[in-house]
Ligand binder design. Structure first.
Ligand SMILES: Cc1cc2nc3c(=O)[nH]c(=O)nc-3n(C[C@H](O)[C@H](O)[C@H](O)COP(=O)(O)O)c2cc1C
Length: 170
């Protein structure tokens, strides 16, 4: 497990190689294994492969431009009438996607949607309209998914910072 965690990086350049359905299914399965507040599993996923739609998604924020070049994008949505911890549940789910992507030989990146955009907050309604996401639902982020263009440079043991760890009291 630590190997995948160490290898995981935010990848923003992808090969022009499709992601097989079986791999996508494993990634989505990992998302659905994520812990959720009260076990509500309030997330919903929109898978986008259409080029024009990905192009439009990449305009959601200044930090989403590379999204258009991924073979597919997973938009992580959330129904607040079902669950009560939108940000936490969606973000943990996104991390499962990130890690299972690595396990499948793929790569991804957490691309912020909620509260993002220019002006701030504009990205979410923009993405919702584009993907026909029902009114009451929220969108936390997009996860582009594909094969990394360059070899993944993983994290290093030297990132361990003992000074950040406090025992018993701060
Ligand atoms: C909450 C959150 C929001 C992020 N938003 C974006 C984003 O909008 N665009 C982007 O390119 N990267 C985004 N990232 C990725 C971070 O920039 C990245 O995780 C960080 O630079 C560390 O690099 P690493 O993931 O390769 O370890 C986000 C990450 C998190 C956790």
């Amino acid at each position: 497990m630590l190997d995948c965690i160490k290898q995981r990086r935010s990848i923003r350049a992808f090969l022009k190689k499709e992601v097989a359905e079986e791999k996508l299914k494993e990634v989505l399965l990992s998302a659905m294994y994520a812990p959720t507040s009260w076990g509500t599993k309030a997330w919903e996923f929109v898978i986008v492969r259409d080029r024009a739609r990905k192009e439009a998604l990449s305009k959601a924020t200044a930090h989403a431009r590379f999204v258009k070049d991924a073979p597919l994008v997973i938009a992580i949505c959330y129904d607040p009438s079902v669950g009560r911890r939108f940000k936490e549940d969606s973000s943990i789910c996104a991390e499962h996607i990130h890690l299972e992507a690595v396990n499948q030989g793929l790569a991804s990146c957490f691309v912020q949607v909620a509260d993002a955009g220019d002006p701030p907050g504009s990205a979410e309604p923009y993405v919702k309209k584009l993907l026909n996401i029902p009114d009451g639902l929220r969108v936390q982020c997009m996860m582009p998914l594909g094969y990394a263009k360059r070899e993944l440079k993983g994290h290093k043991e030297s990132e361990f910072e003992p000074a950040k760890i406090h025992y018993e009291t701060f």
